[in-house]
Write a protein that binds this ligand. Structure first.
Ligand code: MV4
Length: 447
């Protein structure tokens, strides 16, 4: 096992990784920008290295500075958290050249899934259901038109380099097609310097359901069930739950088995998430994430597994100590992302947290690096913490969430807490009856 791990991240996820390391007897190295010198992840780590000025491009994304920090401290492995360098294949290759372990999948698998066209054709060949559409990239308007005749309108034009909704355009009818293609290409060229596109049938009101998987160096791949992440705004998830209120056990088992069979053929190592749209009882693959995700705690709460611990063990070459039959699911978990943002306008609200009080009690977990007197810097994302609640069933989980939301105190800045207090009383949410556009429609109606 590693003796020392460098955590190439900040905020709550840096703390989350530090906690797993401590429990495994591994000492930790924090990196930080000058803006984060007093941050909680720096205070708790065994050692820390300043890697640059506040902008992430010069600090948390500064590969030479991070490699130097590993060499100076003797860290044998890097945990990237999420965001920043977590899905950067080049970074993984540079670590390899320096004989430093990356706690995550191979650079080949990161690159494969980073290109949405190669990801889709690869998983399709492995037996995962995909959205009907072009076979690979589309290189002419005539080709797009031919696919549209086959799958029907509306048609969705997607950027191969995209993801997270960037570079997507809908063609409602054949008349819209040429314009949608040229706008999608132009946007993708500007954002990613790549104008490759592909097309799919547009699904109107699906749910976003993702399957958590974990694979080891022996080719064993297990699934840890699904999460429903349909409640989102502008492609930012707001609340996630496990299991999905929309699935029955037969559907769960079927999609879980399909995914594990496919990913074991690929020899996938590490944790990963296979994202689907789900509509009218059918699953359609959209993307695969090759990192630990923000919402991983809801999976931890219902399986009792520590995903970061498993990531570290796998990166150290250890086999998964369990089989699929050993994974059991207990109860229901919901995560609320508490952002330093206005709950209605989502305008960022950095600044001083005058008072911070975490709720507690049975089934309540807070993953946060915030504290009373902490000043949120304006340079990074606005996530200040995650409230994760577990109950024996969804109803108990909802009751517990309601009381935890009434206990939590974050004073001095605007947060998204009032939004959750509204959501928890909405019949559609209480009934689990929502889809990927539900939250935006709710906000439009009530703001
Ligand atoms: C779609 C879709 C409808 N039909 N694909 C958005 C981000 C990217 N990950 C995939 N996305 C979508 N792909 C087809 N064929 C609708 C979306 C989509 C979406 C997906 C998941 C979560 C939130 C979303 C919000 C808007 C659109």
């Amino acid at each position: 096992m590693f003796e020392k791990v460098l955590i190439a991240n900040r905020g709550e996820i840096a703390l989350r990784v530090h906690r797993a390391c401590q429990e495994m007897g591994i000492s930790t190295v924090a990196i930080h920008s000058t803006a984060d010198a007093d941050a909680m992840h720096v205070r708790l780590a065994d050692e820390s290295v300043c890697v640059g000025p506040p902008p992430a491009t010069e600090s948390y994304l500064n590969i030479p500075a991070i490699i130097s920090a590993c060499e100076i401290t003797g860290a044998e492995a890097v945990h990237p958290g999420y965001g920043f360098l977590s899905e950067n294949a080049k970074f993984v290759e540079i670590l390899e050249e320096h004989d430093i372990n990356f706690i995550g999948p191979s650079s080949e698998h990161i690159r494969l899934m980073g290109d949405k066209v190669t990801a889709k054709t690869t998983v399709k060949d492995l037996g995962i259901p995909v959205v009907p559409g072009s076979d690979g990239a589309v290189t002419s308007n005539e080709q797009a038109r031919a696919v549209a005749e086959e799958v029907g309108y509306p048609l969705l034009i997607k950027a191969a380099a995209g993801g997270g909704g960037r570079g997507m355009k809908i063609a409602r009818t054949a008349d819209d097609l040429n314009e949608a293609i040229s706008t999608a290409k132009a946007e993708s060229k500007a954002a990613f310097n790549d104008d490759a596109i592909y097309v799919e049938k547009y699904l109107g009101r699906p749910r976003h359901i993702e399957v958590q998987i974990i694979g080891d160096a022996n080719g064993k791949v297990l699934h840890l069930g699904e999460r429903d992440c349909s409640l989102q705004r502008r492609h930012q998830k707001v609340l996630e739950e496990a299991r999905s209120p929309a699935l029955n056990d037969q559907e769960r088992e079927q999609i879980g088995n399909t995914v594990t069979t496919a990913l074991s053929k690929l020899g996938y190592l590490g944790v990963g998430t296979v994202e689907f749209l789900y509509e009218n009882g059918e699953f359609y693959f959209i993307e695969m994430n090759t990192r630990l995700q923000v919402e991983h705690p809801v999976t931890e709460m219902i399986t009792g597994l520590d995903l970061v611990r498993e990531q570290i063990r796998i990166a150290a070459g250890m086999p998964l100590p369990m089989d699929q039959n050993d994974i059991t699911f207990y109860g229901h978990a919901i995560e609320c992302r508490i952002n330093a943002e206005n709950a209605r306008t989502f305008t960022p609200s950095p600044g001083l947290i005058r008072d911070f009080h975490a709720p507690g009690g049975l089934g309540v977990r807070i993953d946060s690096a915030a504290f009373s007197g902490y000043r949120i810097p304006p340079y990074y994302d606005s996530l200040i913490g995650k409230l994760i609640v577990h109950g024996r069933n969804r109803n108990e989980c909802l009751m517990r969430l309601r009381r935890a939301l009434r206990e939590i105190v974050v004073d001095g800045i605007d947060t998204t807490i009032p939004l959750f207090l509204d959501l928890i009383n909405h019949p559609d949410f209480v009934n689990g009856d929502y889809h990927i556009h539900w939250l935006e429609e709710f906000l439009a109606e009530t703001t």
